[in-house]
Design a protein around this ligand. Structure first.
Ligand code: GLC
Length: 535
């Protein structure tokens, strides 16, 4: 495996939410120029690729996930020329570029929809899912949108309903129309020709709906959306041939990649979409639902390992633009000890680690008072759910005003802890989370077993330790993660009894502590230990 490097399998992917990363023109919104200024930082961190949340033209009802033109850059982020520069400058540093493709729906401002709504006899008429009301005047079926409305919106112009899985301003495309399929694959080709290395496919498992649009059966749940089983509005079998076609297109260019955002995933659905000949990877998000408990993580990892086709490759992540910051989810206060364990977990599993911007310095959720909430679902569901602004705050570069993110007024407040928690400060501190991330990423580059090796769990003390081996034909690596704040011991029997171990990385020890009588390895509270077999 070591002899055959594959960038998307071996490396670490870093997600940038462009609005919040770095602002080069002082308008308070991050942009491509800002990213380019910080590419050296990302090279220093050691990431292999960057996934960008959308920067296409968008009216920002869902901050970029409502695209009004798939083949341009929104002026607030820059221009196509800036984009080309971003690709060139990234590639010069050995960093690949992954774009977010939002093809389940467009913005209602997209030309395709503007045309489509004009009437039943224009060329775009069948590009969206239009239906008449039922004879009694009711909605075409019982489908619900996830953002808190029925799935159907009345359009007075067209005198029909159209379907949307998200906001009404995000009408779903009709993927059963061959012209839509062609147009969307042309978008993929457009960006491939511009040098893009891969794509993250937004809610791809929803592209197809059942052709007869039957009512979804009922389920038990809190929100209207959860009170039905989504068997007719997602995960339709038609997705498989489309993914095959997409893969053929990707494979007609060298070393291209696609990772899907599976909507309401299970390890089984993820495995079906990533079978040989389909897309390279898909998120299953099992770990995102784990409390800070090694047993829960182990179960999630084993479920993924068991479901995946042996030639498929999992992805692991603890954070993204839709979910709470890791530090806040795991109640870390101002202490980063637990975050080092979380970092080691994502970077040493058999799968591609995805890290959300700012996690490498342990950014926390911000508090956004109700009147300043920008994310519309936050406005809608407050106070039960205050939205996703909290995990999209500006990157904390330094202790200056607005954390060095902008010279203007940032679109979201910066976290008040930026005076002490920022890139500049952590770069100077060898014990910082930033340096720990760097060392982990470096170690993954050095140890072939950490990249491509098999995953094998070893006995662990339930509720405290997670321990596993990563093994390839050349080496064995033992990863031991102490999830508790107290010291614990790992019995080094059975599979772990070897000629000797060497300490490759720890956040608490410089040298390997002696294996105690009876064969116990002692770890301090919150310790990460990565050992290699004596050569
Ligand atoms: C995906 C995105 C999310 C967006 C939704 C609708 O789940 O991650 O941010 O709101 O799709 O496009």
């Amino acid at each position: 495996m070591a002899a055959n490097p594959i960038w998307w399998r071996d490396g670490v992917v870093y997600q940038i939410y462009p609005r919040s990363f770095a602002d080069s023109n002082g308008d308070g919104i991050g942009d491509l120029g800002g990213v380019i200024q910080h590419l050296d930082y990302l090279a220093e961190l050691g990431v292999e690729a960057i996934w960008y949340s959308p920067f296409y033209p968008s009216p920002d009802v869902d901050f970029g996930y409502d695209v009004s033109n798939y083949t341009d850059i929104d002026p607030k982020f820059g221009s196509l020329a800036d984009f080309d520069r971003l690709v060139t400058e990234s590639h010069q540093r050995g960093i690949r570029v992954i774009l977010d493709l939002v093809l389940n729906h467009t913005s209602d401002q997209h030309l395709w929809f503007q045309e489509s709504r004009k009437g039943k006899d224009n060329p775009y008429s069948d590009w969206y899912i239009w239906r008449d009301a039922k004879p009694d005047g009711s909605l075409p079926n019982n489908w619900e949108a996830i953002f808190g409305t029925p799935g159907w919106e009345w359009d007075a112009k067209r005198d029909q309903y159209y379907y949307h899985m998200f906001y009404p301003q995000q009408p779903d495309l009709n993927w059963r129309n061959p012209q839509v399929r062609q147009a969307c694959l042309d978008v993929v080709r457009f960006w491939l020709d511009r040098g893009v290395d891969g794509f993250r496919l937004d809610v791809f498992s929803n592209f197809f709906k059942h052709p007869d649009l039957p009512d979804n059966p009922p389920a038990v749940g809190l929100r209207a959306f959860d009170r039905q089983k989504h068997i007719y509005d997602s995960n339709q079998p038609d997705m498989i041939p489309l993914l095959r076609e997409l893969r053929e297109l990707l494979d007609s260019y060298p070393e291209r990649y696609a990772v899907g955002e599976t909507f309401m995933p299970t390890p089984q659905s993820v495995s079906a979409y990533t079978a040989p000949g389909l897309i390279h990877a898909a998120f299953d998000f099992e770990m995102l639902h784990c409390r800070w408990d090694p047993e829960c993580f182990q179960k999630a990892i084993l479920a993924t390992e068991k479901a995946m086709h042996p030639d498929s490759w999992p992805v692991y992540t603890l954070n993204n633009h839709d979910t709470s910051r890791t530090a806040s989810r795991y109640h870390c206060g101002n202490n980063d000890a637990r975050l080092k364990v979380a970092a080691a977990l994502t970077i040493t599993l058999r799968g591609t680690p995805f890290i959300y911007y700012g996690e490498e310095i342990g950014m926390r959720n911000i508090h956004v008072p109700r009147r300043f909430i920008q994310d519309r679902i936050g406005e809608k569901y407050w106070p039960i759910f205050d939205g996703r602004d909290k995990n999209r705050s500006p990157m904390q570069w330094n202790a200056n005003s607005h954390a060095g993110f902008t010279t203007g007024k940032p679109w979201l407040p910066v976290h008040p802890d930026h005076g002490t928690r920022n890139v500049e400060a952590q770069r100077k501190d060898p014990q910082s989370l930033f340096h720990f991330y760097r060392r982990l990423i470096q170690l993954r580059k050095e140890l072939s077993a950490l990249r491509g090796g098999l995953f094998q769990p070893v006995t662990y003390e339930p509720r405290k330790l997670l321990a596993y081996l990563r093994q390839d034909s050349e080496q064995t690596v033992l990863v031991v993660l102490n999830f508790s704040h107290r010291p614990v011991r790992l019995a080094m029997g059975g599979e772990l009894r070897r000629n000797g171990w060497v300490l490759a990385l720890s956040n608490k020890h410089d040298t390997l502590p002696a294996i105690e009588k009876g064969g116990y390895l002692s770890l301090q509270g919150d310790e990460v230990m990565i050992l290699t077999e004596k050569g």
